[in-house]
Design a protein around this ligand. Structure first.
Ligand code: URA
Ligand code: SF4
Length: 200
């Protein structure tokens, strides 16, 4: 199973987004509210890739609008990166969760779902052709850069990717969960500053 059969050939970004609403490339569409496709200008020179939409994003239909998104907004602004000019997306486009009472608890997507959904991310990157891809967390880095990429060892390193570059850092949710949130935030911000310097 894969998203590829749901992807119209030669489509622009708006057509891709519309088509993604009908994707049945893996089982995640069955329980989630909606597909959360990437958002931002097609002319963006920077693409930020997260893991998957969370509870808030699933309801809103937009990426990074919950707590992790607020932390990301703050860090982008402190690093001098304008959120309005970047394209924000996720490695997996549907929310994966388990229900505990009325709460929906985030579950990490597995290899099957990451692989099934990758064609959407590839299609977004093909249309946008960014100079720089910023991977937020291991799932994004392994999906975009290399399945063997180690964020703990290689974060903040600019690496070649296609005709451009990529840099990986931790996921903003990892900063929120860190026992030393200030230090984790400072390291996250330092990686985003590396990304800023790599932007043309
Ligand atoms: N975490 C992600 O990886 N992506 C979102 O869109 C929200 C939270
Ligand atoms: Fe399709 Fe991706 Fe959603 Fe799976 S997670 S149904 S592959 S859009």
């Amino acid at each position: 199973m894969s998203a590829s059969e749901f992807i119209p050939e030669g489509a622009d970004l708006a057509t891709l987004r519309a088509a993604s609403c009908r994707c049945h490339g893996c089982d995640l569409y069955k329980h989630a509210t909606q597909t959360v496709f990437g958002e931002g200008p097609e002319s963006a020179s920077v693409v930020l890739v997260g893991e998957q939409p969370g509870d808030r994003e699933d309801v809103a239909g937009s990426p990074f609008v919950g707590p992790a998104g607020r932390l990301l907004d703050r860090a982008l602004s402190e690093a001098g990166i304008d959120r309005e000019t970047v394209y924000l997306t996720n490695a997996v486009k549907h929310f994966k969760f388990t229900e505990r009472g009325k709460r929906r608890i985030h579950q990490q997507p597995g290899r099957t779902e990451i692989t099934a959904c990758r064609p959407w991310l590839e299609a977004e990157l093909e249309r946008i052709e960014p100079d720089l891809v910023v991977c937020l967390g291991a799932i994004a880095a392994q999906s975009v850069i290399d399945p063997k990429f180690r964020v703990s060892k290689q974060r903040g390193e600019v690496v070649p990717l296609g005709a451009g570059h990529a840099v990986a850092t931790v996921h903003p949710s990892a900063v929120l969960r860190s026992p030393d949130r200030d230090a984790a935030y400072a390291d996250f911000l330092a990686d985003l500053r590396v990304a800023r310097a790599a932007m043309r």
